[in-house]
Design a protein around this ligand. Structure first.
Ligand code: GCV
Length: 833
């Protein structure tokens, strides 16, 4: 191979090399890219890093650790470590082993919790060795990833001496995957585990996912939907589960399953699934034995019972403790655990009864059972009392189980957070729950001190970038890092993730860190602020805006907005009594309107729209302002990201830009829908005169229409003016005359892109075609509604007064090339490119 020595590169060639674009990255390697370090840093590490690696054990996790070390060092430093079977006497080496093995060879030791690690530089007869010691096999793996992370982040490894142990022993993800390969609330493509009723033939991605999980210290993975199909425990599928376990085992990740409580009957053929029936007890015991024969290191079960239509112990008048314990006792001899979900509520509640309150359900169902659960039962509690909404208080159940093990369940997949089409970094929200002080017995008791396990609902898919949004990977990263150490700050986490994922160019770092850290508040601002919850279509896709979808039905996500006021009275004094489920100190905070934090005021109180918040603003004005603020902020995200061109590899640059531009458009849809709805309901005008006024907007229904037909949209707030035009012919046009001043303008076309067709649009100014596109996105709706509402911006059009703008729509399939409005503005979106 021809080698160029650096001093022989002529100056011109050097400039050409510098100009070579950053190579495209797919996001597949996430934060484990091991990108080459810059020359100075690489030289420093090369000088201090031994060239030899020794693994003291030949078992799987250590072997994975050794391979990972070689891979990482090769990627970052361009050097391939040499594997030696034993520690060399007079050459430096990196030694991997458990504390026991290390003690025998080096006569040093440390105190570590299970899964903990120790990174230690030491000398033996003057020769320096770097030790990566684990409390157990998995700890060696976690230490190795931590060591590589340090190098990737440019931290010193010279005289390293660092011990870390996880704050909780059980750190799992749940994957709501179905046997046919679909994923409930998954947005990154089909299942990596299942396809057509079987485990995928090629499980490479499962193995790679295991690597990602191990890099964060995650040690368990439940590989099917909690709305569980009993077949997963059938004789056909257990061997399939075993194959998946084999793919995850090298990374110290135990496989687990969600189970259906009715299995003894549906699968086992018994005439009952009563947890106290001896036949049922025997069935669970023998089924669990069968699972462990196939998978000796099986982790355990997750169980959703008596909730959202799942069968449970109530069928036989038994308790959740009876249900959990019958399964727990079967698992116990094998060392398995059962996560019993605290997410139990009645989804057919009578909304007319003002005392009914879904937020009470978890506490009401479980707190009397405290002390009745076996010690391998863990109650898995969602962070808030409702269901992963944009803001909820910490679930009161965390403070109600003195004698029972608890896990916090956090949702990594962005079900109510824009489904990976919006960027929302969830760590700041999770930290609010984890740091929330429940004041049990009037002592400091943050939620993180009460939970002994972390569960993240991850739902990665076959998309190359796992979640179909590069930014969403930060949520898995953040979950794992918090599960390991809940005291890490959001900034620390995002800073690490960012540098590992995109590099440490200061401009990129600042833009992305600022974006991620503000993104939750931004999303809340343009969806449901003040504790209103997400205000999305809760009886449908959980994606688009539909303010009333949560009202007047049994699902219980009521915000109770009417012409007089808004918010759910959950006080003890006049409401449902929910605030009384907290300790007296917390109850005091929530019970009184004066003390209640603004962010949760409408979660806990019903108030007139003119109620003044602690901030001094009225509730209605806050709703208006926050929606404008939120939408403007997303526009700045897209603008700021667009300024990074050339600093990020082209593929990820483009993909993130498209995502942020789309989000900026959707934020406007949300802004207008929510504000118009509250304006109509309250009759109170926006003090700043914006709501209901859209300078430069021309409604499609007011244009000259050829074959397009105006139709009302449901719910009305999903379209501007409550109306869209739909094309029922082969081709339709909508046109209007521009009557503004001459100059360069941006033209925004708001159209609808449904799931079931690929319409084509063309835009003309006079006879000149100025843009065309197809509506080929995969948005989660077949209806003309807010979820389908999409935006095309045609920038820098030179318009004159009197110009005719004509939009031609060609429908395809059931999709009707529907249009909402056109806006002609000086600036739209993030830039005037
Ligand atoms: C798996 C929410 C989701 C459901 C999910 C449920 C749960 O209601 O919308 O898809 O079911 O939570 O956590 O069990």
């Amino acid at each position: 191979m021809l080698r160029l020595r650096s001093q022989s590169i002529p100056a011109t060639l050097f400039l050409i090399l510098l100009a070579v674009p950053l190579h495209a990255e797919s996001g597949y390697n996430a934060w484990l890219r091991y990108a080459p370090l810059d020359d100075a840093a690489a030289a420093q590490y090369r000088a201090s890093l031994p060239a030899i690696v020794v693994s003291l054990k030949n078992a799987v996790p250590e072997q994975s650790a050794q391979q990972e070390l070689i891979r990482g060092i090769r990627g970052m430093l361009g050097r391939t470590l040499r594997i030696e079977a034993d520690i060399p006497g007079n050459e430096p080496s990196i030694v991997l082993g458990t504390l026991d093995e290390i003690r025998r060879r080096f006569a040093i030791t440390a105190a570590l919790q299970p899964d903990g690690y120790w990174l230690k530089s030491t000398r033996v007869s003057g020769t320096r060795h770097i030790i990566i010691a684990g409390a157990n096999d998995a700890g060696v793996l976690y230490g190795t990833f931590a060591f590589l992370r340090k190098i990737a982040l440019g931290e010193s490894i010279g005289e390293i001496d660092e011990k870390q142990s996880p704050t909780t022993a059980i750190r799992w993800v749940n994957e709501w995957n179905n046997i046919n390969g679909t994923i409930e609330r998954g947005y990154g493509g089909p299942s990596i585990f299942w396809e057509n009723g079987r485990a995928r033939a090629d499980l490479t991605r499962v193995n790679d996912y295991g690597r990602m999980l191990a890099s964060l210290g995650i040690n368990g993975c439940a590989i099917n939907n909690v709305n569980a199909d009993a077949k997963f425990l059938g004789p056909d599928l257990i061997p399939q589960v075993a194959r998946i376990a084999d793919a995850l085992r090298p990374w110290g990740v135990k496989v687990a399953l969600a189970v259906d409580f009715g299995s003894p009957k549906t699968l086992g053929g018994l005439d009952t699934f009563d947890p106290l029936d001896p036949k049922v007890v025997a069935w669970w015991a023998s089924k669990v034995d069968e699972v462990y024969r196939a998978i000796p290191d099986f982790g355990g079960f997750v169980l959703k019972a008596d909730s959202e239509g799942r069968v449970g112990p109530s069928v036989y008048g038994r308790t959740h403790a009876d249900a959990a314990n019958v399964v727990a006792r079967a698992l116990k001899p094998h060392g398995g655990v059962i996560f019993y979900r605290g997410f139990v509520y009645d989804h057919q509640m009578d909304w007319r009864n003002p005392r009914n309150d879904r937020a009470r359900a978890a506490y009401d169902n479980f707190h009397d059972l405290d002390g009745k659960f076996d010690d391998n039962v863990i109650i898995q509690i969602k962070n808030g009392p409702i269901d992963f909404q944009v803001r909820e208080p910490a679930s009161p159940l965390f403070g109600a189980l003195d004698k029972t093990r608890e896990a916090v369940e956090l949702q990594i997949t962005q079900e109510y957070f824009g489904q990976a089409r919006h960027t929302v970094f969830l760590v700041p929200m999770w930290k609010e729950t984890l740091d929330f002080d429940m004041r049990i017995r009037d002592r400091s008791t943050p939620v993180k001190s009460l939970v002994g396990a972390f569960v993240g609902v991850s739902n990665v898919g076959m998309d190359e970038s796992w979640y179909a949004n590069h930014m969403s990977q930060a949520n898995l990263y953040g979950f794992g890092r918090l599960a390991w150490n809940a005291n890490l700050s959001s900034r620390q986490i995002v800073d690490e993730w960012m540098r590992l994922t995109f590099g440490d160019d200061p401009a990129v770092l600042k833009t992305v860190v600022d974006l991620q850290l503000s993104s939750w508040r931004t999303y809340e601002n343009y969806t449901g602020p003040l504790g209103l919850q997400t205000l999305t279509d809760i009886v449908g896709n959980h994606y688009g805006v539909a303010v009333e979808a949560s009202e007047r039905n049994g699902w219980g996500q009521w915000h109770k907005a009417d012409s007089q006021g808004v918010g759910f009275d959950r006080t003890v004094a006049t409401g449902t009594g929910f605030s009384g489920q907290y300790s007296p100190a917390v109850m005091k905070l929530y019970e009184s309107l004066e003390n209640c934090p603004d962010d949760l005021v409408l979660f806990l109180h019903h108030v007139p729209y003119t109620h003044r918040l602690r901030s001094g603003k009225t509730v209605i004005q806050y709703i208006y302002d926050s929606h404008y603020d939120g939408a403007e902020k997303v526009a700045t995200y897209a603008r700021d990201w667009s300024a990074l061109k050339g600093r990020v590899d082209e593929r990820r640059y483009q993909e993130v830009l498209e995502q942020l531009e789309y989000q900026a458009g959707q934020a406007v849809v949300w802004r207008d829908a929510v504000n118009n709805w509250f304006f109509k309901e309250s009759g109170i005008a926006d003090a700043k005169g914006r709501v209901g006024r859209h300078p430069g907007r021309v409604e499609a229904e007011s244009m000259t229409l050829m074959d397009y037909v105006a139709k009302p949209v449901t719910p009305w707030e999903s379209a501007s003016g409550g109306t869209a035009v739909e094309c029922a012919a082969g081709k339709c046009t909508a046109s209007f005359k521009y009557d503004g001043n001459a100059g360069s303008r941006n033209l925004v076309v708001q159209y609808f892109d449904q799931l079931d067709g690929v319409s084509h649009f063309r835009v003309f100014v006079g006879d000149q075609l100025v843009d065309e596109w197809t509506a080929a996105d995969r948005l989660p709706t077949r209806k003309v509604d807010s979820a389908a509402s999409s935006r095309r911006i045609i920038r820098g059009l030179l318009l004159r007064k009197g110009d005719v703008v004509r939009i031609e729509g060609t429908p395809e399939g059931p999709e009707t090339a529907a249009l909402d409005y056109v806006e002609i503005v000086l600036r739209a979106g993030y830039s005037d490119r």
